[in-house]
Design a protein around this ligand. Structure first.
Ligand SMILES: Cc1ncc(COP(=O)(O)O)c(C=O)c1O
Length: 377
């Protein structure tokens, strides 16, 4: 049987990974500044992560959500502690898109409305409602277009109020730092206005932290840079360091009812153990702090390269913008210098999404390689 080919692939076959590096079948070593798309938070194959998951697997790996699972309660407390969102409640699922579906569905149950406001450049996933609130017609099938979505621009408070005043929207969904879109951020005035307008007109504010959450931006959630309280926060990627887990945090003003959300795999024993291990290492090794410190170092090094027009993003969710398309540059970084980086819908931007355990020496290696490639062209 052949694979259904939906991914354009790089010719690299990683068979092993450790810390910041992945190794191919010929034991060639690659520096991972992509983190498998912002997923690897505490580093590849972290020994504590392996130990915890292996031990849990020997006890019980999975049971459905029909029984009590104390690991879920433990995870809820640990997320509450590290995010300082003690009053929120947790619902667990298995991916980013599933978190978005559940967030949108919950906002619709809560408000009894069905329209959604999303933003230009947004990416929220590929399932039904998630792809409908994603600003990319090419990945929306006719089936997805049944959702009623209005796309607005960041920072246009008047346009937002005009729509919200209709009182027909269940949710406004936003990324504090756009991932796939290319690291654009709304300004603080707008974010604060969005928060209060949502409250004024009875609309749920959903902060999509699937990519930016779990310490990557230098705060636990990227939106926490601003004085706002969303109704629902979505998370996934870095939450499990590669183990598939996602979830939503729900403000206590939204009440749970039996059956309103559900999943078979979400919150299983192994997934909870993986996320608890991630949180332990985040805290113990102060990785959120490291994200802030390494951002400063990255920006300093980037300033030394005249071809870089702009550094975008925050913490270890960064992008560097050039005045040319970066496809060939990224290929050269992989094939000639063994460095993984990320792309985005902005073709002139390289995304940097490394494990949060990254050190200055890894960025030194990257900038040295980047200079060599730029000089050659
Ligand atoms: C901000 C954001 N939301 C949602 C998703 C969807 O997550 P998943 O690919 O786990 O479904 C992504 C994936 O890149 C994302 O970046």
């Amino acid at each position: 049987m052949k694979l259904f080919e939906v991914y354009p692939l790089y010719e690299v076959t990683p068979l092993k990974a450790k810390g910041l590096y992945v190794y191919d079948e010929k034991r060639k070593k690659y520096l991972d500044l992509y983190g498998g798309h912002a997923v690897i938070s505490i580093g590849h194959s972290h020994p504590y992560f392996i130990r915890k998951i292996s031990r849990q697997l020997r006890r019980i790996g999975f049971y459905s959500n029909a029984i009590r699972n104390p690991l879920q309660t433990k995870l809820a407390s640990a997320i509450g502690e590290q995010s300082c969102l003690h009053e929120f409640e947790l619902f667990l699922c298995s991916s980013g898109a599933e978190a978005i579906e559940n967030a949108l569905k919950l906002s619709s149950f809560h408000t009894r409305r069905k329209k959604v406001i999303a933003f230009h450049g947004a990416f929220h996933g590929r399932t039904s409602a998630a792809v409908a609130v994603t600003d990319n017609a090419a990945i929306n099938a006719p089936l997805n277009s049944q959702h009623q979505v209005t796309f607005l621009s960041f920072n246009d408070i008047d346009a937002l109020e005009k729509e919200l005043a209709k009182e027909t929207y269940c949710a406004v969904i936003f990324e504090s730092i756009q991932g796939v879109g290319g690291l654009d951020q709304p300004n603080e005035n707008f974010v604060v206005a969005m928060d209060s307008l949502c409250k004024k007109y009875g609309t749920c504010l959903i902060a999509d932290e699937v990519q930016s959450g779990f310490g990557r931006s230098g705060t636990f959630f990227a939106y926490q840079k601003y004085p706002i309280t969303p109704h629902i926060i979505t998370m996934a990627k870095g939450m499990g360091n590669g183990f598939p887990i996602g979830g939503i945090l729900i403000h206590p003003s939204i009440k749970a009812k039996f059956g309103m959300l559900g999943t078979t795999f979400g919150g299983n024993h192994l997934a909870c153990t993986a996320s608890l291990a991630v949180l332990d290492i985040l805290k113990k090794n102060r990785l959120q702090e490291n994200a802030k410190i390494l951002e400063i170092y990255f920006r300093k090094k980037a300033d030394e390269i005249p071809e870089i027009l702009k550094v975008k993003g925050r913490g270890l969710m960064l992008g560097i913008e050039f005045d040319f398309e970066v496809g060939e540059l990224r290929k050269s970084l992989i094939y000639d210098h063994q460095i993984f980086t990320g792309g985005s819908s902005n073709k002139k931007l390289i995304r940097i999404l490394p494990p949060l355990t990254i050190k200055e020496k890894h960025f030194d290696q990257f900038f040295k390689a980047l200079k060599t490639v730029l000089e050659r062209n």
